[in-house]
Write a protein that binds this ligand. Structure first.
Ligand code: AMP
Ligand code: MG
Length: 270
């Protein structure tokens, strides 16, 4: 069941994600009330698997979240990881590079934020900004960013070889849904802090961003570090879909509790 969903969401290596034909409003026939209840069940299973991953301490999981502004990266993280042990989860939000980050290569800060053995790492934006916003805003020339797809594939390959499972989710919202959410950020005083004038400049470049995403997903969805395109116009669909991708990935990892010290069964604590 889950794996059929995953096949549907996954960008097959070597193929384009066909973003314009993927329905951002897809519900997979799910019912909202049932989906919310199911999310709670999935979260409990994620929690149990996280305990094992943490105890095993030999492998890690990295979830990369990329999306347009207001697509719900923060909300996804809050909804899925709220039930897990914070000690084993490491969330990193990547902003415009500053200070030393500017002076190093673009993967420097990314590598430093990767999860340690036993951890689940979550990237709220990532090295993909270096082939997306950087391209759309002409921050570096094409000759520079176009080489980065290969670096990224090789970097992720290294992470995988060294014990990190890499899962990448693109939260796919429609242009109209983004308009409504940005307007809500302006109208609702509680949400204004999330709004930047630059969001409108980026919104005006919507087609260029979509093209950059399409190219990035095409070039970097690999069998070892696949991209999943998550329909994100409805928060409850988005949350459950990402949670299911994570659950499937962790179940396949099947982390094992370490063997106890020999003879522990004979011990009585007095
Ligand atoms: P937010 O995620 O809303 O807090 O915004 C973070 C901003 O930082 C976004 O506009 C990103 O495009 C921008 N950003 C993140 N990484 C980079 C990067 N490597 N180069 C340029 N801008 C970036
Ligand atoms: Mg923002």
């Amino acid at each position: 069941m889950a794996s059929h969903l995953l096949t549907q969401l996954r960008v097959r290596p070597g193929t384009a994600p066909d973003l314009t034909n993927r329905d951002t409003d897809e519900t997979f026939g799910w019912d909202k009330v049932e989906a919310k209840a199911e999310l709670e069940v999935v979260k409990q299973r994620l929690d149990a698997l996280q305990v094992r991953l943490f105890a095993e301490r030999t492998r890690s999981l990295l979830l990369v979240l990329q999306a347009a502004d207001a697509a719900g990266k923060d909300g996804t993280i809050r909804s899925i990881f709220s039930g897990l042990n914070p000690a084993g989860v490491r969330v990193t939000s990547f902003k415009v590079p500053a200070g030393r980050e500017v002076e190093q290569d673009y993967l420097w800060r990314v590598h430093a934020a990767c999860p340690a053995k036993g951890e689940i790492g979550v990237f709220n934006r990532s090295h993909y900004e270096d082939v997306i916003v950087v391209r759309v805003h002409h921050i570096v020339p094409k000759a520079v960013w176009s080489k980065r797809y290969r670096h990224i594939n090789e970097f992720e390959r290294m992470l995988v070889d060294e014990g990190t499972t890499v899962v990448k989710c693109f939260l796919h919202v429609s242009e109209e849904e983004q308009r409504q959410r940005l307007q809500e950020r302006i109208d609702n005083p509680e949400k204004r802090w999330k709004f930047r004038a630059g969001d409108l400049e980026d919104r005006a470049k919507w087609p260029a961003f979509q093209a950059a995403y399409a190219d990035a997903l095409t070039a970097t969805s690999t069998s070892s570090a696949p991209w999943y395109v998550i329909p994100a116009d409805r928060n409850w669909v988005r949350n459950l879909a990402v949670a299911k991708v994570l659950l499937d990935t962790l179940e396949r990892l099947d982390p094992q509790l370490p063997a106890p010290d020999i003879g522990i069964e004979q011990i009585t604590v007095v």
